[in-house]
Design a protein around this ligand. Structure first.
Ligand code: SAH
Length: 340
């Protein structure tokens, strides 16, 4: 049996059509699932008994299990259990512009970034579409709020689970369902070049963020294994193409790691690297974790890096720090839960 939250509207329409049934039933079901948020098929009041019986035979509605929840004033962190016993995380951040949810796309991650807690657990499997959708449904239900922005920046590499991630986005976008606009969604990748180009061709208005974290190959090779496959210049070239094709500005994420990539000369090198690209740089204060050696850069270093980029005409912002208290860095909650 398939979980119904994994079905896009066109897929659900096909399901009904293949049964010789009416396509509009898919819209009805979608509205019950996502507008009314029902928990059993019996609650679909305008759907015939027959159809309900068929749906029950073909689909489940099983939700994720909420294992743990850590709540702070502007951030809530969730640990979810999957049906096979694996665990994933989602983090809700309350910004002045709305509620942003950071969801996971895989169990574990194979990208091997040395600073990242998620990658300490190697990839076990991709998340199914419904497991991504259900992260939002559960958080909205638990906190009784509406999510206005979604970022794929939790555990996993979204472009290593490309097809499922794209179907997930299509479910989010569906006006008859969750109806979250593409411009309110951000996909973050460590720089898988062929997928950046495929994403470019998909025509989605979703925002793209690239985890750059270094101004040159020498540093990037040390902290991001993926750079041995797709070098900085390949990533930059792909981003230039992406902009030419879509006219959409990319965000480069740059974690500041003390003594590794946070010197003034690195900022100048970064500004030079990005000088012909219409983009933003988002500086991320590193969230320290007990299992990994790296330290966060001091406030002064972060400000100096920021100023140097500004002086060199780079659009730059510093990410608001969330959740140092609630172990909000990618993968930390799962790691702490497992290791006690
Ligand atoms: N695999 C994707 C998305 C998941 S990581 C990617 O690499 O972009 C989401 C972002 O969080 C990435 O920019 C990642 O480098 C960053 N990140 C990972 N661990 C962090 C930590 N301890 N502190 C701050 N940012 C971290």
């Amino acid at each position: 049996m398939k979980n119904i939250y994994g079905f896009t509207l066109p897929k659900l329409e096909n399901y009904f059509l293949e049964k010789g049934d009416k396509k509009f039933k898919a819209t009805q079901v979608f509205e019950w699932l996502y507008k009314h948020r029902i928990h059993s098929f019996e609650e679909m009041r305008n759907v015939s008994k027959n159809t309900i019986a068929e749906l029950k035979e073909d689909f489940t509605l099983t939700p994720l299990t909420l294992l743990q929840q850590q709540i702070d004033t502007d951030v809530c962190k969730f640990l979810f259990g999957l049906e096979d016993g694996n665990k994933i995380e989602a983090v809700l951040m309350k910004h002045d512009y709305g509620n942003s949810l950071c969801v996971s796309s895989q169990v574990g991650c194979n990208m091997g970034c040395t600073f990242c807690e998620s990658g300490r657990l190697k990839k076990v499997r991709n998340l199914e579409v419904h497991e991504m959708v259900e992260q939002i449904l559960l958080v909205e239900q638990e906190l009784d709020l509406k999510i206005s922005h979604l970022v794929l920046m939790g555990i996993g590499e979204p472009f290593d689970n490309y097809d499922n991630v794209m179907e997930f986005i299509s479910i989010l976008n569906e006006p008859k369902g969750i109806d979250l606009g593409a411009r309110h969604i951000t996909v973050s990748t460590c720089g898988i070049v062929p997928k950046i180009l495929e994403f470019m061709k998909s025509g989605k208005q979703v925002n793209l963020a690239i985890s750059l974290h270094a101004p040159n190959n020498e540093i990037r090779n040390k902290i991001m294994k993926i750079n041995q496959v797709y070098k900085i210049e390949d990533v930059i070239e792909a981003v230039k193409k992406y902009f030419e094709e879509t006219n959409r500005r990319v965000t480069f994420e740059y974690i500041l790691l003390k003594g590794i990539n946070d010197k003034k000369e690195h900022a100048i090198e970064l500004a030079n690297l990005l000088k012909d690209i219409n983009c933003y740089v988002n500086l991320i204060p590193y969230n320290e974790t007990s299992h990994i050696e790296y330290k966060k850069s001091s406030k002064e270093t972060i400000m100096e890096f920021y100023d140097t980029l500004k002086k060199n005409h780079t659009n730059v912002t510093i990410r608001k720090e969330f959740g140092s208290k609630v172990s909000a860095a990618c993968g930390q909650l799962r790691a702490n839960y497992e290791e006690g």
